[in-house]
Design a protein around this ligand. Structure first.
Ligand code: TRP
Length: 329
């Protein structure tokens, strides 16, 4: 069984795009692998978050993942800062990470441009901490988006370098977890190709049904098809793409036929779309509300998660210390 590690940014508000893009695959994958999910709160420090909101952010993400279906009985879910072993590995890996390679990482250059007043060492060594997250469990696979591929490549480089330097075959070189065909891209409601938080075109998993209705009703449309079997403009195709995912094939075919025969009423399409999105998100939202009030449950999940994660981390750190030459008296 492969060990799979998923690192989750500690900014909450998962949307439909996250759900169909990754989350649903995570939920499936947790049964087929030895899965670790962790919330990367140390990483969030690079932007100096307000101490009052740090915990709230972690809690939000934790509750959303649990609500969406990550099962703490099946997978290990923990908060990064609850497993301090990772800091020790971070320190060790930093001794073999070079200024030049860190400074030319895309994410570093981007952040340095965005926050020129706060180009801190944590930002520079972000990839080493991420490598430590992965290597501390000697993960075989890591699901990553495009923007994280370079970090994973650096992780492999750090693993290889460590092995070569100390003449061991200790760290595995983690590979990207590929969901392949199953990866569904959810477009925005504003005609754009992608649903994204910064694009401001999202339906969030925890949106109230009324909010979802409003958002869908406001989606970009036009005066209707220009003739029988006319090609759909992008913004209409987008609505059909979402419909295909949340509705039944029959419903999809019904509206497709309506489009092709120029008898479509966008109001009906949107009502159906909103109703079917709500059908998918409502159970998640309801679980979210229940879980976020259940402090005892959250305490149990995070303590047990940290315990399991530390068990795996301690093993790694013990070996790494030995390989590097640390010895007890
Ligand atoms: N850098 C990742 C992101 O921004 C989050 C992350 C931190 C991560 N450590 C990780 C992802 C380890 C995978 C593995 O999304």
């Amino acid at each position: 069984m492969d060990t799979v590690l998923s690192g989750i940014r500690s900014t909450g508000n998962l949307h439909l795009g996250n759900y169909y893009g990754a989350l649903r695959n995570f939920i499936r994958m947790q049964h087929e692998n030895n899965c670790f999910f962790f919330i990367a709160d140390y990483h969030s420090l690079t932007t100096h978050p307000d101490p009052k909101s740090l915990h709230a952010n972690v809690k939000e993400v934790l509750c959303e993942y649990l609500a969406a279906g990550i099962d703490p009985e099946v997978a290990t879910i923990y908060v990064q800062s609850d497993m301090k072993e990772v800091i020790e590995l971070y320190l060790m890996l930093n001794m073999h990470a070079y200024m030049g390679e860190l400074a030319k990482t895309t994410s570093f250059k981007e952040k340095a441009r965005k926050q020129p007043e706060n180009v801190n060492a944590g930002l520079l060594t972000y990839p080493t901490l991420m490598a430590a997250d992965i290597l501390i469990h000697n993960a075989d696979k890591v699901p990553v988006g495009k923007d994280q591929e370079q970090h994973l490549e650096m992780t492999r480089k750090f693993a290889r370098r460590f092995n070569n330097f100390y003449g061991v075959e200790f760290f595995k070189e983690p590979q990207a977890y590929n969901f392949g065909e199953e990866l569904i891209k959810i477009p925005g409601l504003d005609g754009s190709g992608k649903m994204g938080k910064s694009e401001g075109n999202c339906v969030y998993l925890c949106d109230e049904p009324k909010v979802i209705e409003k958002k869908v009703m406001k989606a970009l449309t036009d005066g209707g098809p220009t003739g029988p079997n006319a090609p759909k403009p992008d913004y209409i195709e987008n609505l059909f793409t979402i419909l295909k995912v949340v509705s039944t094939q029959d419903t999809y075919d019904y509206f497709d036929e309506k489009w092709n025969t120029c008898t479509i009423r966008y109001g009906d399409l949107k009502k159906q779309l909103a109703a079917d999105i709500i059908k998918v998100t409502s159970p998640i939202r309801e679980r979210y509300l229940a879980i976020s009030q259940d402090e005892a449950f959250l305490h149990k999940v995070t303590t047990e998660g940290a315990e399991k994660a530390r068990e795996s981390a301690t093993k790694t750190i013990r070996s790494v210390r030995e390989i590097m030459g640390f010895k007890p008296f």
